[in-house]
Design a protein around this ligand. Structure first.
Ligand SMILES: N[C@@H](CCC(=O)N[C@@H](CS)C(=O)NCC(=O)O)C(=O)O
Length: 224
């Protein structure tokens, strides 16, 4: 299984992270995304006419959407990450995978603007990203009140992995996370998963702010 990869890409990191968490071996094929723009060249356009990375190939299979890659890696190596226990859980996974596409456009767009001179109206991108972060904070806060940490159920799924990178890297796009305590606890829980790997900007001990608090009783009992 070959991942056309760029070390600073949150979408590529989604796939690397799930593979590491599930024990799936990937062959990484580095792409000169910046400054080379290799993803827009003829060779990679032949694989992905949209001119984006990541691209995942496995034999004849070519995938060009990172959420589909998450589903594929999970199906092969750890199906419990698909979150298919029951209809509501499946639906929540689908819901958050769709939400992750909004994060890619808004938070990812703001970061690409600030880091690589990417296109778009930075104020509009930050507004859209802030709306998405508030939505995520409210949903995670509601789950915490019921004693949960993850998006779709009582364990992490591909939905968490799809959303995590763009949220964790939001500060690179001028979107600080200090005022989102439930998001910060959720990120902590993901970073504590066995097999977690880092990317530049996302580290095990990246969050140096104090623990968000005070917590409801149900949360204080959890070992976060
Ligand atoms: N739908 C794609 C989007 C991935 C995406 O936005 N990739 C960025 C890099 S993180 C990209 O290739 N952008 C093209 C460009 O900026 O030229 C996915 O999730 O796989």
């Amino acid at each position: 299984m070959i991942l056309y990869d760029y070390i600073l890409s949150p979408s590529c990191y989604r796939v690397r992270l799930l593979a590491a968490l599930t024990g799936q071996v990937l062959t990484l094929r580095p792409v000169d995304f910046h400054p080379g723009g290799e993803h827009r060249g003829a060779a990679l356009r032949a694989l992905n006419p949209a001119g984006t990375i990541p691209i995942l190939t496995d034999g004849d299979l070519v995938l060009t959407e990172s959420t589909a890659m998450l589903a594929y890696v999970a199906a092969l190596s750890a199906p419990e990450w698909l979150g298919e226990d029951d209809a509501p859980m499946r639906a929540r996974v689908a819901q958050w995978l769709a939400f992750s596409a909004r994060l890619t456009v808004a938070a990812g767009g703001a970061r690409a603007h600030d880091m690589f001179g990417g296109p778009g109206d930075i104020a509009a991108l930050r507004r859209a990203a802030t709306a998405a972060l508030r939505e995520l904070e409210a949903a995670l806060d509601a789950r915490r009140r019921r004693g949960g940490v993850f998006l779709a159920g009582d364990r992490p799924t591909i939905a968490d992995i799809a959303c995590f990178p763009h949220v964790a890297l939001a500060p690179d796009g001028g979107l600080p996370l200090a005022s989102y305590p439930s998001i910060r606890l959720w990120m902590r829980a993901i970073r504590a998963l066995p097999g977690f790997i880092e990317m530049p900007g996302i580290h095990r001990l990246h969050e140096l702010l104090p623990e968000p608090g005070p917590q409801p009783d149900v949360i204080r009992k959890e070992a976060i």
